[in-house]
Design a protein around this ligand. Sequence first.
Ligand code: NAD
Ligand code: ZN
Length: 261
Amino acid sequence: MRVDDKTDVVASLILKSERVVALTGAGISTESGIPDFRSPGGIWSKYDPEEFSFQRFLASEDARRRYWEFSRDFYPVVASAKPNAAHLALAELYRLGKLHCIITQNVDGLHQKSGVPEDKVIEIHGTLMFVVCLDCGKKYPRGEIQKRVEAGELPPRCECGGVLKPATISFGQPMPAREMRLAEEAATSCDLFMVVGSSLVVYPAASLPLLAKRSGARLVIINLTPTAHDNYADVVIHGKASATLQKIVMLVKAKMRENST
Ligand code: NAD
Ligand code: ZN
């Protein structure tokens, strides 16, 4: 099937579905200037993922300093990023009443910035916008800690003396229970599950499309390169998230107009 035909099929699926859920990954934000992990030039081509595991972070002051050095440089890129056409297209689907919620692996807050209400964005890998104390649980706005880190406090400490970590979920760190419950509920209760910009190799996030499929939903995957779950999908589009979603939303709107006349 040609890409044009596939976008048309996806638009029709969206229209006839009662509950559409999207799962997004780093690939939806690359066009906002935030590198993903696994593309050429991505974060893992510059850093060793092992180095940033939760166990390493807990193990030594030196590992925490290196983690915070990386995060100090990554945060400004994320904080200044703007939603791109792909985020805006999903926000438009939401406004049209054709998107129930977004489960995101991203920590960049761009879905919220694009106008999707906070309670409709399930952040299963946490957020860069806050910092938490692993000892007392106190939460700090990221901007406040960022200033201290930029002034040389490496690694920063909580006022209780405890260890501070960005409120993101590292490899090896337990998943947030509430968000995982909400994500699983969304996956099992939808009739269309759309993956956008994820290689689908990071678990348990990558199990959500399979859970949706087992629960009877159709599965659509939109990603630049093949993913680990392409075989399970009803429609796979290998293309850029922005152009593809823009096209799909345009078709959804055209079909809504046709149906109302
Ligand atoms: P990933 O790096 O494993 O995969 C990203 C996928 O997106 C790749 O397969 C790539 O081909 C595709 N892609 C890149 N640009 C695209 C585009 N313009 N349109 C469509 N597809 C595109 O990322 P992942 O699956 O999200 O999993 C890795 C982890 O990355 C997640 O846990 C997430 O927390 C973290 N992460 C998040 C951000 C962010 O918040 N923006 C950035 C980097 C990493
Ligand atoms: Zn503390």
